[in-house]
Design a protein around this ligand. Structure first.
Ligand SMILES: [Zn+2]
Length: 319
């Protein structure tokens, strides 16, 4: 709905100009069934100075026009120059030019009136049920006209609209979601949301403490970033088992194994001895002259520098 402002100039005879802090919104119908008696016509009527009344907003099937600021009064309630409603309440007129006398108000105008009232309530900081009333409450005038719509239902619809407006807007499905939140849309699955947001289902489940990934609900707010309340368990690391055919890799001890007195000893020496062909009791874990000779022969066979020492190069060929 298009909302326009055609505020009457200061000093205009239909702009009373008494300051007020709005205490409520009084809704009327124009009860003018003439073709063309829409919000524009009423604005012109007010501008012309021929009106003996004044109000803040007129709404019709395709737009609304504001005539007076909300912090000034209008003469729309019929309770006199000092009247509580005249001096404290905003007046909204609903145009009924689109229907014939006795017919219910057309849906477009009704919906716009609901929307406009909800917006005025919000803008004027009016929040309670009692702050929205039909003109009828002031002295029993048939306004809004009883044939047009149910006055109580109108109030209910306005409050429902206010509640709807207060909800954070859900993004259009498929649109880039907010980087921190996503509001679940009708028909969404967690898998789809995960794909759309580039997160894993598991992460979203844990981040949002979702009990059952198949049970998310419309407008549920999902966090997309942050630290999961339930830590994501590390996938158990399978111990590496080399294929049976692959040679076992033995880590280079970090120093050169060579002939020294006393002989170098240990499991690494034994491994070298086995690598150069020692078997049985010959594997004595001592790097003595026999071992040096066998290492030299090994180095020669493998086109390594023949020095009888096992440094990283020889080691990496052996193991
Ligand atoms: Zn009225």
């Amino acid at each position: 709905m298009k909302r326009k402002a055609e505020i009457l100039p200061r000093g205009h005879e239909d702009r009373p100009g008494y300051p007020m802090k709005p205490k409520g919104l009084l809704y009327h119908t124009t009860n003018n069934w003439a073709d063309g008696a829409d919000d524009e016509a009423h604005s012109e009527f007010l501008q012309s100075g021929r009106s003996s009344a004044s109000w803040h907003v007129t709404v019709d099937h395709d737009s609304s026009i504001q005539h007076l600021p909300f912090n000034e009064n209008g003469w729309h309630a019929g309770d006199g120059g000092q009247g509580y409603y005249n001096r404290n309440w905003i007046g909204m007129e609903i145009a009924c030019n689109r229907v014939k006398p006795g017919e219910p108000l057309d849906k477009e105008t009704y919906d716009n009136a609901v929307e406009e009232a909800a917006l005025i309530m919000k803008e004027a900081d009016l929040t309670s049920w009692g702050q929205l009333q039909p003109h009828n409450v002031v002295y029993g005038k048939d306004c809004p006209h009883h044939t047009l719509f149910n006055r109580e239902q109108f109030k209910k619809d306005v409050f429902a609209k206010m509640e709807e407006n207060a909800k954070p807007k859900a993004p259009v499905k498929g649109a880039m979601p907010d980087k921190n939140f996503y509001f679940v849309q009708k028909g969404d699955t967690l898998t789809e949301i995960a794909e759309m947001t580039g997160k894993s289902v598991d992460y979203l489940v844990r981040l949002n403490d979702i009990k059952d990934p198949d049970e998310i609900y419309i407008n549920q707010k999902l966090r997309l970033t942050g630290v999961a309340a339930t830590p994501i368990p590390k996938k158990p690391v399978k111990p590496y088992t080399p294929p049976a055919s692959a040679p076992a890799v033995r880590k280079y001890p970090g120093y050169v194994i060579q002939l020294k007195k006393p002989y170098m000893q240990g499991k690494d020496v034994a491994a070298i001895q086995r690598a150069v062909g020692f078997k049985g009791d010959d594997v004595d874990e001592k790097y003595g002259p026999a071992t040096v000779a066998a290492v030299k022969a090994y180095q020669k066979r493998h086109k390594l520098e023949v020095d009888g020492k096992v440094g990283p190069k020889t080691w990496n060929v052996m193991f």
